[in-house]
Design a protein around this ligand. Structure first.
Ligand code: NAD
Length: 244
């Protein structure tokens, strides 16, 4: 245990969370606890089954942690009223609970998993950097909650010494992917992939889950204080080379 930093991974039973937990454990630098509404099934780490919407549970979970990785999200779903409330309660109020708990429990660093879609309003974006403004009209309600969550996290930088950073991956693929590649394969098997809409030249940014997880470790290492260069900043996470 000596010298290892105690950290919490919210959403550690999920796709990215499981990969992040594996890298944190493998690094030998962290004593990892998962906080998730479902059991992670990972016996090599402690799992707290809890709900982000419950501030008391969140406070108990972050107590004693040096770093919190906030990866949990309500699953993107069709935006009916019930889903919207769930999405808002988990992704916005739940994120506020994480911030409040980090502040009250003296957590030093908060790494938030945001999304590249926070700047996407439906128009093509090529070679943009983090100066790009938030989408005036996010493409769906899930994305709207990611914008709100990211703003809360970045605004909390410096609050009682808490250092925060937001990471913005785009589409994620890799080991344990429950959605992206399985959906494409299922559609292909149904013969539904034979149509090209538009020129076929559209670009979409996909990033390997191991790289997204690694970015979280590197962000936590770089986030040395609330006044360091990356504190209070968002970063796109991508495999892609700039297009010249
Ligand atoms: P996922 O659905 O696989 O994992 C999310 C986890 O959050 C699940 O294990 C779920 O049980 C947990 N969770 C949901 N509600 C909760 C609650 N109320 N309390 C506690 N835990 C709760 O999602 P993922 O694909 O691993 O995404 C991880 C993060 O990455 C999210 O913040 C997501 O917005 C972001 N992201 C994902 C992608 C992608 O392509 N998968 C792209 C960009 C950003």
């Amino acid at each position: 245990m000596g010298g290892r930093k105690k950290c919490l991974v919210t959403g550690g039973a999920g796709f990215l969370g499981q990969n992040l937990v594996r890298q944190l454990v493998d690094s030998g630098k962290y004593d990892v606890t998962v906080f998730d509404i479902r059991d992670s099934g990972n016996s090599s780490v402690q799992t707290i089954v809890g709900d982000l919407r419950n501030l008391k549970q969140v406070e108990e979970a972050v107590a004693g942690c040096e770093v919190v990785f906030h990866c949990a999200t309500a699953a993107p779903a069709a935006a009916n009223t019930a889903n919207k409330k769930l999405m808002h309660d988990v992704n916005v109020k739940g994120t506020q609970n994480i911030i409040d708990a980090c502040v009250s429990q003296g957590v030093a660093r908060l790494v938030y998993t945001s999304s590249a879609s926070v700047v996407f309003d439906g128009r093509d974006l090529v070679n943009v950097n983090e100066d790009a403004p938030y989408a005036a009209k996010p493409i769906d309600y899930y994305t709207e909650t990611k914008v709100l969550g990211e703003k809360l996290v970045l605004a909390a930088n410096g609050k009682s010494g808490l250092a925060t950073v937001a990471l913005r991956p785009s589409g994620i693929f890799g080991e344990g992917d429950p959605l992206l590649v399985p959906t494409i394969v299922a559609k292909a098997k149904q013969g539904k992939m034979g149509v090209i809409i538009g020129s076929g030249q559209n670009l979409m940014d996909f990033t390997y889950v191991g790289n997204v997880a690694q970015a979280h470790l590197q962000a936590a290492e770089a986030l040395t204080s609330a006044s360091c260069a990356c504190a209070g900043q968002p970063y796109f996470i991508t495999n892609a080379e700039p297009r010249l």
